[in-house]
Design a protein around this ligand. Sequence first.
Ligand SMILES: [Zn+2]
Length: 424
Amino acid sequence: MTAFIDILTPYAIKHGRAHRVLPSLIIAQGILESASGTSELATKANNLFGIKAGSEWSGDIYTKQTSENKSDGTIYYIDADFRKYPTLEGCVIDLVYKYVNGTGWESHNRYAAVLNQTDYKKATAAVKDAGYATDVNYSAKLNGLIEQYELTKYDKVGDNVVKIALDAGHGINTAGKRTPDSEREWSFNSKVLLACSARLNKYQDVQILRLDDTTGNTDVPLTIRTNKANAWKADALVSIHHNALVGKWGSHGGVETLVQEITASKASKDIAAIIQPRIVQAMELRDRGVKPKNNHMTRVSNMPAILTEGGFMDSTTDISALRSDAKLKAQGEAIADGLAVYFKLKLKVTGIPATTPPKEGVRKLYEPTSKAIKDSTEEVLKQLEAGDNGLSSIWRKKLNDVKLTDSDAIGLLFVAVSRGLLSK
Ligand SMILES: [Zn+2]
């Protein structure tokens, strides 16, 4: 039994986590429906969940006699076609696909409530409520297996969660913190923060804590902000600001990232060095570099901390970038992507097509077809976007939308190699 769980668990973790299906649910269903991997379908076709071939399936088929009940109670036998997979991973992918996309013949996804659960009892109830099985005790049986084999340990995201504390400086009405035309610094900061947060959410295993008042109405005292980040044990803190020189329009300008003078950790400096050029690129403003300075947020916080100044509010050149929601969004995403580089975050696999059923078996469920190609493409795209000859972000969008094919990915790899981006 434990041997069967050991085989199934890596697939359940890999595909379950990527699509927000609890691994404990997948493993328990595998145990229950295949008699722990001993059923005919499991041993002959790697099909643990009894998934039938259906007209949209063009992979291998395993034909098996199944019993059906007539309305008068008599039993008769028919041959039914089931999906046959090269490995058990295929049936796990198929099960997850069903939960993410629904049955395919309904406009809504009857399995939507299975997704994003943290409580296994809610997940098993959602499966049953969706009509997955006729057995009235189906969810109770799954719960029993999850408890017996302590499967929830596979649901815990564990120590690899990266906790990011974000802070939009000041409050909306804080005295002084505004442009010569009275636009508020907090409004700029908050837009950047929201874009940063949204982008971070696209990565796996990230938690975000916001330190300022989300409405801006209260200028939360700085000590409360750093206490919050310290108590939460954040892995990094980014305080987002926009600069002012004297509060009168002038030709000065540029982006800078501040680290605590003298005492900044190496991690703080590394994060600043990664993020600063990305903000410069996003805002298309002058590069004032990473600077040491004394600030409460970077001094009192216990974790790596930076304070970004994404341009000058009283600069005649910078102000148009600050007034551009697109640039503020790009700035937020630049901060998020910089953090992702530093913490080696991986993008969530978001793009199983919503309506297209798998046409050619398991191999075509994801594009690019190999995770290795996808991962290295992601790395290449990050680097290509960052460099001077930055590549259009449509490629990353294509990757995220699952529209990037293997040949696209290979082409991009060649570009990267020829530009020396992969030689380290
Ligand atoms: Zn500020």
